[in-house]
Ligand binder design. Structure first.
Ligand code: SF4
Length: 511
C-alpha cells in the first residue's frame, strides 16, 4: 500500500460522523481492538439559518436515513491510522511518503502498476542533486484509492472511457477547522447541520458542527461547486458562517487549532463511473461514493474496499490476474453502497434545479416517498452541467463584499493555511499544471474575474497587478492542501493537479 502523505492519515480530511456499517463488516470487534471511535451521537439537530437567527427543523420530518443515532463522531485521520495498524498486523506492507506519479500499462493495455517514490527533481523537471528515480511497482490488480478527483483515477477514467455510461461527476468544497471551546459551550455527542445563511438561497451548501471529546468541536462548511457567480468566495463564506450568533456564542473564548480543506463528491449513484477496468479498480471517493444528504462516504469507502478485496481474492484463487474485476463493479452497484445511494440520487439534481429550499422540500419528499414506496416519482434525474461549466461570466454578477476576518472567530486564508501544516519542497516542479499558461489572464481574468483567486481554500492562486505592467498569474504551490478544487472548478478546465514529491502536502493531525 502506497501513501502519498507523510504518514497514514496526514492527508485524510472528513467531517466526520461515521456510520459504522462498513467497519462492522470489516472488523466486527473494533471496540475491543481499541479503535479511536469513542463519541456516539447523542443529539442530532438541523437548522435553517438566517443572518440573525435560526429555525430548527424537527427530526421527525427528516427521512429516517438521515438519522445519526447509532453513528459516531470521529477523526477519520485517526481511524485511518488505527486501520493501518490493523492491516500491518495482518502483514500488509505500507509505504508512507510515496506518491504514485505515473501509471504503468501492460502490452495488452491493462493497468500493470505504478511508479512511486521519485524524489529530487529540479523546478524544470530535470534530475537535481540527490535525485532518486521512482520505483516501478507491479500488481496483479491495482486498487486506486486516492479520494476525490485522484490524478491517477482521472487518467484511467479517460483512458478506458469509464464514464461513458454515467452522468457528470459533481463536487463541493469542504473546509474544516478544529476548535477547542470552553467546557460550558461543549456538548460531547452533539451533531448540528445547517443550511441557508451565509450562502443564501441561490447557492447550495451547508455547515457541520460536531462536538467530539476533549472539548473539541469540528466546524466545517461545504459549498457546492456548481455555483454560478465567479465572485463567490467559498473560504470567506465559511469564515462568515462563524459569526452567526448561534455559532459565535459556542466558539467565543475558544481557539482554532487546525484547518484543512478537501473537495467532496456529490454526484451519487448516477455519477459512479464503471469502477473496474483491465488490471484495476476505483475505490471510495475515486469512484465518488458520498451520500450527499447523509453527508457521509466513509462507510461506503469501506464497503467498496471489502467488495474489491473479495472480487480480487476470488479471481486470484482462480489463477486470474490483470483482467477486469467485473464482480466488483456489480457488487458496488447491487450491494450496500448501491442501496445506500439509490434513495438519495435525486437530491443533488433537485437542489441544482430548485435551489436549496425547493431542493430541501422536494428532496425530502422524494427520500420519504422512496423509503415508504420503494420507487421515485422523478425516476433518476440528471445533473446537467459540470461544475466547471456552471461558472458564469463575471459581467452577469456583482462582486461580493466580504467582511474582513476579525482574527478571533474568522481568519485570513494564509494564517489558516499555516494550521494545515502543509509543506512542499520548493525546488521541485509546480504540481499544478496549466494546459495553456496564457488562459488564466487572457480568458479567466477577462471573462470570469479569475475565480481561482477565490475558490482555492489555500490562497495558491494570485493575480498580481503591478504599475505599468500586464497582470501576472502566480501559483504559490507550496500552500496547496491537495483539495483538488482547481482541477474541478476552473471554468476553462485548464488546471491539472498532479502529485508533488511524496510526503509533501498537508500534515493533518486529527482531521
Ligand atoms: S491549488 Fe488546487 S488543489 Fe491546491 S489547495 Fe488550491 S484549489 Fe486545492
Amino acid at each position: 500500500m502506497l501513501e502519498k502523505g507523510s504518514e497514514v492519515g496526514a492527508h485524510i480530511l472528513s467531517g466526520a460522523v461515521l456510520d459504522p456499517s462498513g467497519l462492522n463488516a470489516l472488523i466486527p470487534d473494533w471496540k475491543e481492538r481499541g479503535a479511536p471511535i469513542n463519541t456516539a451521537v447523542k443529539e442530532d439537530n438541523f437548522y435553517m439559518l438566517g443572518e440573525a437567527g435560526q429555525i430548527r427543523l424537527p427530526n421527525m420530518i427528516m427521512p429516517p436515513l438521515m438519522n445519526n443515532h447509532g453513528n459516531y463522531i470521529v477523526s477519520m485521520g485517526n481511524v485511518c491510522r488505527w486501520l493501518a495498524e490493523q492491516a500491518e498486523a495482518l502483514g500488509v506492507e505500507i509505504f508512507p511518503g510515496m506518491a504514485c506519479s505515473e501509471l504503468i500499462y501492460a502490452d495488452d493495455g491493462a493497468l500493470k502498476g505504478v511508479v512511486a517514490g521519485e524524489f529530487g527533481k529540479n523546478a524544470d523537471g530535470t534530475p537535481g542533486d540527490g535525485y532518486e528515480p521512482g520505483m516501478e511497482l507491479h500488481g496483479k490488480y491495482v486498487f486506486l484509492s486516492e479520494g476525490v478527483r485522484g490524478s491517477l483515477a482521472k487518467e484511467v477514467i479517460a483512458k478506458y472511457n469509464l464514464s461513458a455510461n454515467c452522468d457528470v461527476p459533481k463536487f463541493g468544497i469542504g473546509m474544516k477547522e478544529i476548535w477547542e471551546v470552553k467546557p460550558e459551550n461543549h456538548n460531547q455527542g452533539e451533531v448540528t447541520h445547517t443550511m441557508g445563511w451565509p450562502l443564501g438561497l441561490k447557492n447550495s451548501g451547508g455547515s457541520f458542527i460536531y462536538h467530539l471529546e476533549n472539548n473539541q468541536v469540528y466546524v466545517g462548511y461545504i459549498v457546492d461547486l456548481n455555483y454560478k457567480n465567479p465572485y463567490l468566495f467559498p473560504y470567506m463564506e465559511f469564515q462568515r458562517l462563524k459569526h452567526h450568533p448561534k455559532i459565535a456564542k459556542m466558539l467565543e473564548g475558544g481557539k482554532r487549532i487546525a484547518y484543512g480543506a478537501r473537495a467532496v463528491t456529490k454526484g451519487g449513484l448516477q455519477s459512479i463511473p464503471q469502477s473496474a477496468f483491465p488490471g484495476g479498480v476505483l475505490l471510495g471517493c475515486s469512484a465518488g461514493l458520498v451520500n450527499l444528504p447523509r453527508i457521509k462516504g466513509n462507510h461506503n469507502a469501506m464497503h467498496s474496499g471489502i467488495a474489491a478485496a473479495e472480487a480480487a481474492h476470488t479471481a486470484l484463487q482462480n489463477g486470474q490476474s490483470g483482467d477486469m474485476l467485473v464482480a466488483y463493479d456489480t457488487a458496488l452497484r447491487q450491494g450496500p453502497v448501491g442501496k445506500d445511494l439509490k434513495k438519495v440520487r435525486n437530491v443533488a439534481p433537485l437542489n441544482a434545479r430548485f435551489g436549496p429550499l425547493g431542493g430541501l422540500a422536494l428532496g425530502g419528499f422524494d427520500m420519504w416517498f422512496q423509503t415508504l414506496l420503494g420507487f421515485s416519482l422523478f425516476g433518476t434525474l440528471k445533473h446537467g452541467k459540470s461544475d466547471a461549466q456552471s461558472t458564469q461570466e463575471a459581467s452577469k454578477h456583482q462582486p461580493i463584499d466580504y467582511p474582513k476576518p476579525d482574527g478571533k472567530l474568522s481568519f485570513d486564508r494564509l494564517t489558516n493555511v499555516s494550521f494545515a501544516m502543509t509543506n512542499h519542497e520548493e525546488s521541485q516542479p509546480v504540481h499544478l499544471k496549466l494546459a495553456d499558461a496564457s488562459i488564466p489572464i487572457s480568458v479567466n481574468l477577462a471573462k470570469f474575474a479569475e475565480p481561482a483567486q477565490r475558490y482555492c481554500p489555500a490562497g495558491v492562486y494570485e493575480v498580481v497587478h503591478e504599475t505599468d505592467k500586464d497582470p501576472r498569474f502566480v501559483i504559490n504551490f507550496q500552500n496547496c492542501v491537495h483539495c483538488k478544487t482547481c482541477d474541478i472548478k476552473d471554468p476553462s478546465e485548464n488546471i491539472t493537479w498532479v502529485t508533488p514529491q511524496g510526503g509533501d502536502g498537508p500534515n493533518y493531525p486529527n482531521m
